[in-house]
Design a protein around this ligand. Structure first.
Ligand code: PLP
Length: 219
C-alpha cells in the first residue's frame, strides 16, 4: 500500500514539485518500505523522533524538519538535517547559524509565513520578514541559506479560502524573490500543501508538498 501510494504520487505530481513523505509517528519499517519504493526525502515534525530515525535508517535519506523548532533543540539536528521548513524568528535563525557553524555546514531554511485564519499557527507576516531580511543581524548569518517559503492553510472545507491563503503565500514569495532575493538563485521553493489540500497548493505554485496520511495512512 505505501509503495503503491509512492508510485502513484510520483506519477501524479508535476516534475517541479518535490514529494516530502511525512513519516511522523510512523515506525521505521514503514519508512523503509517507502525507501525501497524509491522515496529518499522524508519529513518529521519532532526533533527527538527525527534524530532517532536518522540514526536507524539509511544514510542517503534527506531529512526535513517540518514542524515548529525550539532554539534549544537545534543542536540535535544540525549535524545532518537537509532542510528546516518552519523558521519563524531571527532568534531561531541565529541559533541555526551557530549550530551549522559548529558542524562546518550551511543549513537550508524556509521562512514560515502565517497565512491561515486560525491563530494557532506560527509564522512571519510579510512585514516582519522584510524587516528581518533587511536587518544587519541577518546579514551576519553566513551558515544558513534561505531557499524559500513555507506555509500551512487553514483546516477548513472551504476550498476557496484555502486557495486564497496559498495565493497569499505565493505572492509573498514573489515579493521577496523580486526584492531581497533578486540575485539569489537558491531562493526558489514554496513548501505548501498537505494530504487534504495539496492539489490546490500545486495549482497555486507549490514546489514542495508535505504528504503524510495519504502515503502512510491515518495517524
Ligand atoms: C503532519 C504534517 C504534514 C502532513 O500532514 P498530512 O495531512 O498527514 O499529509 C505536513 N506539514 C506539517 C507541518 C505537518 O506537521
Amino acid at each position: 500500500m505505501i509503495a503503491e501510494r509512492i508510485q502513484q504520487l510520483k506519477n501524479e505530481l508535476p516534475e517541479n514539485v518535490q514529494l516530502i513523505a511525512v513519516s511522523k509517528t510512523k515506525p521505521n519499517a514503514d519508512i523503509q518500505v517507502a525507501y525501497d519504493a524509491g522515496q529518499r526525502v522524508f519529513g518529521e515534525n519532532k526533533v527527538q523522533e527525527l534524530a532517532d530515525k536518522y540514526k536507524a535508517l539509511p544514510k542517503d535519506i534527506e531529512w526535513h524538519l517540518i514542524g515548529h523548532l525550539q532554539t534549544n533543540k537545534v543542536k540535535y539536528i544540525a549535524p545532518f538535517v537537509h532542510l528546516i521548513h518552519a523558521v519563524d524568528s531571527l532568534k531561531l535563525l541565529q541559533e541555526i547559524n551557530k549550530q551549522a557553524l559548529k558542524n562546518d555546514r550551511v543549513i537550508n531554511c524556509l521562512l514560515q509565513f502565517f497565512i491561515a485564519s486560525e491563530d494557532t499557527k506560527f509564522g512571519f507576516s510579510i512585514e516582519e520578514a522584510q524587516d528581518m531580511l533587511s536587518s544587519p543581524a541577518f546579514f551576519e548569518l553566513k551558515n544558513i541559506k534561505i531557499v524559500g517559503v513555507m506555509g500551512m492553510a487553514s483546516f477548513v472545507d472551504d476550498e476557496g479560502q484555502v486557495e486564497k491563503e496559498f495565493k497569499n503565500l505565493h505572492s509573498y514569495f514573489q515579493l521577496l524573490k523580486s526584492s531581497v532575493f533578486e540575485s539569489n538563485a537558491d531562493f526558489k521553493e514554496i513548501s505548501m500543501g498537505m494530504s487534504g489540500d495539496y492539489k490546490i497548493a500545486i495549482a497555486q505554485g507549490s514546489t514542495m508538498v508535505r504528504l503524510g496520511s495519504t502515503i502512510f495512512g491515518n495517524r
